[in-house]
Design a protein around this ligand. Structure first.
Ligand code: 2P0
Length: 352
C-alpha cells in the first residue's frame, strides 16, 4: 500500500501564507499520540475528561489553517481543497462561535484548512486540526491567550487538541469539579523529557475515515462498557507511573505502560454495547510483529488510537529496523517514522 498525503504540508502552508493579511492569521499544528489515553468525558459540553492523559507531539502529518474575518453573513470552511459540509463544518462553526463569544466579536470567518495526513483514521487529525484552528482563530479575533488558556480553548474543539498546542511530551490535566471550576483546571502543559528522543513508527494499515467517530465511540463506551470504570482507575495509575518513567527516561517502562493503557482502552470498546471494534486483522498482524521484535531484544511497544493503525514506540536507532520489519509484513501496511515534534505556531507575518 502506498501512503498518499492529502495535501503536502509545504504546499498547504504556501497557499495559506499567500492568503493572509489584516484580521487574518494562519497556524500550523502537529498531531499528538497519547501514551496514556483520553477516553471518556465527564462533561460533554465543556470537554472535561474523566482521566488525565499524556502524549507525544509528532513531527509528521501537520494541519495548516488560515482564518480570515469577512463581511459575509456566514462562516465559510474549505477543507483539503473542497467546501466542508455536515458535521465537520458544524464543529468548526460552533468552535468559531465560542471564539467570537470569548473575544466579544461578531464577524464571520473564512477558514481554509488542510491536513498533510489522513483524516479521521485514528491518526489524530482532529488534534492537529483544532490546535491549528484555535491558534489561528484566537489571533485573527485578537484574543491574547497564554499557552494554558489556548489549550483550554482548543480543548473545546476536540479534547486531544489541547495537547497539540505544545511540543514534546505533554500532559492534559483532567482537572477537578464541574462548570467553570472544571473548565479552569483542565488544561495541557509540556513536561519536558524531550532528551529521550524516541521514534514512533506509524504503521498505516487503513487511511480511510472510520465508520464510528471517536466521539461516538467514547460516549458509547463510557455509558455501556462494564469494564470502563476499571480502565479509568488503572489509567490514573498509568498516568502517575508514566510521568515517573519519562522523568527517569526509561523507554522500556514508557512503552510497557503505553501498550497496556491502549490495549485496555480497546478492551473497553470491545465490551461496549454494541461493541466498537477498530482493530482489524492487519492491526493484529502488526501487534504480533511488535511482540516478535521484543522477543528479539528490540525495545518496541505498540499503541493504537480510535482506528486500526498501530504506532510503535522505539529508539531512534532501532526505528529503521522496526519500520523495515513492519513494511516486510506485506502490501497491506506502510510506515512513516515520526519523532518528537514542535507545538502549534502562528505562521510568519500573520496574527496581530
Ligand atoms: C487520545 N483519542 O488520547 C484518544 C485515544 C482517541 C483514542 O483523543 O470528542 O477527537 O473531539 O474530544 O479528541 C480522540 O478523541 O475526541 C482521542 P473529542 P478526540 O488521543
Amino acid at each position: 500500500m502506498t501512503f498518499t498525503p492529502a495535501v503536502p504540508a509545504d504546499r498547504a502552508a504556501d497557499r495559506v501564507r499567500a492568503a493572509t493579511g489584516p484580521d487574518e492569521a494562519a497556524a500550523l499544528a502537529y498531531p499528538n499520540i497519547a501514551l496514556v489515553k483520553y477516553w471518556g468525558k465527564r462533561d460533554e459540553s465543556l470537554f472535561l475528561p474523566v482521566t488525565s492523559s499524556l502524549s507525544m507531539t509528532l513531527d509528521i502529518f501537520p494541519t495548516t489553517t488560515t482564518v480570515r474575518l469577512i463581511d459575509g453573513p456566514a462562516d465559510t470552511v474549505e477543507f483539503n481543497g473542497a467546501t466542508a459540509t455536515g458535521s465537520a463544518r458544524t464543529r468548526i462553526e460552533r468552535f468559531l462561535d465560542l471564539v467570537r463569544t470569548t473575544a466579544g466579536r461578531t464577524e464571520r470567518a473564512m477558514v481554509v484548512t488542510a491536513n498533510a495526513g489522513p483524516t479521521g483514521a485514528g491518526l489524530a487529525s482532529s488534534a492537529s486540526g483544532f490546535a491549528a484552528l484555535a491558534t489561528a482563530a484566537a489571533a485573527a479575533y485578537g484574543l491574547e491567550l497564554d499557552g494554558r488558556a489556548l489549550s483550554r480553548l482548543a480543548r473545546r474543539g476536540s479534547g486531544s487538541a489541547s495537547r497539540s498546542l505544545f511540543g514534546g511530551f505533554v500532559v492534559w490535566h483532567a482537572g477537578e469539579g464541574d462548570g467553570a471550576v472544571g473548565d479552569r483546571s483542565s488544561y495541557a502543559e509540556p513536561i519536558g523529557g524531550d532528551e529521550l528522543d524516541p521514534a514512533l513508527v506509524v504503521a498505516v494499515v487503513n487511511q480511510t475515515a472510520k465508520a464510528v467517530s471517536s466521539r461516538e465511540a467514547m460516549r458509547r463506551t463510557t455509558a455501556t462498557s462494564p469494564c470502563y470504570r476499571s480502565w479509568a482507575d488503572s489509567s490514573m495509575t498509568d498516568f502517575t507511573e508514566m510521568r515517573a518513567a519519562i522523568a527517569r527516561q526509561d523507554l522500556p517502562a514508557i512503552g510497557e505502560i503505553a501498550e497496556r493503557n491502549a490495549l485496555g482502552m480497546h478492551a473497553t470498546m470491545l465490551t461496549a454495547r454494541p461493541a466498537v471494534r477498530y482493530l482489524s486483522p492487519h492491526s493484529l498482524a502488526v501487534l504480533d510483529a511488535v511482540l516478535a521484535l521484543r522477543a528479539d531484544g528490540i525495545t518496541a511497544y505498540a499503541t493504537i488510537d480510535a482506528g486500526p493503525n498501530v504506532k510503535v514506540l522505539c529508539t531512534r536507532a532501532d526505528a529503521p529496523h522496526v519500520a523495515a520489519t513492519i513494511d516486510g509484513l506485506g502490501d497491506f501496511v506502510t510506515t512513516r517514522t515520526a519523532h518528537i515534534g514542535p507545538g502549534a505556531t502562528l505562521l510568519p507575518d500573520t496574527g496581530r
